[in-house]
Design a protein around this ligand. Sequence first.
Ligand SMILES: Nc1ncnc2c1ncn2[C@@H]1O[C@H](COP(=O)(O)OP(=O)(O)OP(=O)(O)O)[C@@H](O)[C@H]1O
Ligand SMILES: [Mg+2]
Length: 353
Amino acid sequence: MSVTHVDTTPPSPVIEITGLRKRYRSIRRPGTTALDGLDMVVHRGQIHGFLGPNGSGKTTTLRILLGLAAADHGRMRVFGRPVPQCLPELSDRIGAVVESPRFFGSFTARLTLSLLAGTIGLPDVRVEEVLTAVGLRDRADEPVKGYSLGMRQRLAVASALLKDPDLLILDEPTNGMDPAGIREMREMMRGLAADGMTLLVSSHLLSEVEQLCDTMTIVSRGRRVTHGRVADIVAAHTSDSVTVTLADAAEGARAAEVLRRAGLAISGRAERVEVSGAESPAAVTRLLSDKGIHLSGLTRQAADLETVFLRLTGTAPVDGRYPQIDHSLLPPAARSTPDERELTVTVSEGAES
Ligand SMILES: Nc1ncnc2c1ncn2[C@@H]1O[C@H](COP(=O)(O)OP(=O)(O)OP(=O)(O)O)[C@@H](O)[C@H]1O
Ligand SMILES: [Mg+2]
């Protein structure tokens, strides 16, 4: 009799970070704790959002993961292998764009990618594939210096895609883009995930994470404050309160009295009464109809990610967005050098013409 062995071990996560700590030290000023025991898990095939207010440690985490900065403590695994130790053997499987990309301004996108492809032994047909993937093919023969920020960002993503990685790490990929550019970038990322790629995407745009990501990690002050499926997190924070609308203010007052006597918390005024603590919206309707009070409307207040974020991090977004810190306004010790902040897969550092 043959025995079939079924391996029930779950596949290891693509990224696993445990207890990551990083403190930037300075001779003249007190140091900055950028990461204070951060945990993160990203599974295969997910688009995972990495969401946090300014200075919460997103870029630091990504740089450490890619071996561009050293951690003080913590454990990291990518595709089950310890990093940074195993990064050389994993480099073909990881593509990344961290911070602002820079390119030779007088080179075209096609030439830029062709030179990069040549250095890693890839044929020019791959250049055409990535140009198509990021939607730059029509403008590929223009010098990069005439490119918008969004086009440069797409060129950076194209360069990260050349080696057809299994994992793509993007730090604020839609930063500075207009709504059309954001939509195109989102569609491109979705397409990559549909082809089986795992994506880790940091963002300030709450709506972006809500629209794009399956799962997310929310970070505040260098620590994870929540993680899981985006829809589950939003649902878990959806408030139990409902707003009932009555025919007029007098009916509103009657309804408020009935609901208060039933032990529910009431706020609002006139014909709009906010009720919390009810078992369900139907229970509110029933209580009122039993007293002959008829509703003209009932709405449940759904939490959006913005509300969730505010509750968890105590940081208020402005117009759904966390404003970027202008690093030039920071004291020198809190600023990183351009070389440190603008690491990416580029042909040139500071050679823009
Ligand atoms: N090279 C550096 N030297 C000193 N402090 C730094 C350096 N890089 C980052 N920091 C500090 O570490 C903390 C985390 O910064 P980090 O850039 O990782 O945050 P972030 O979440 O990416 O922020 P942002 O949303 O502004 O991009 C901040 O307080 C920042 O000022
Ligand atoms: Mg950052």
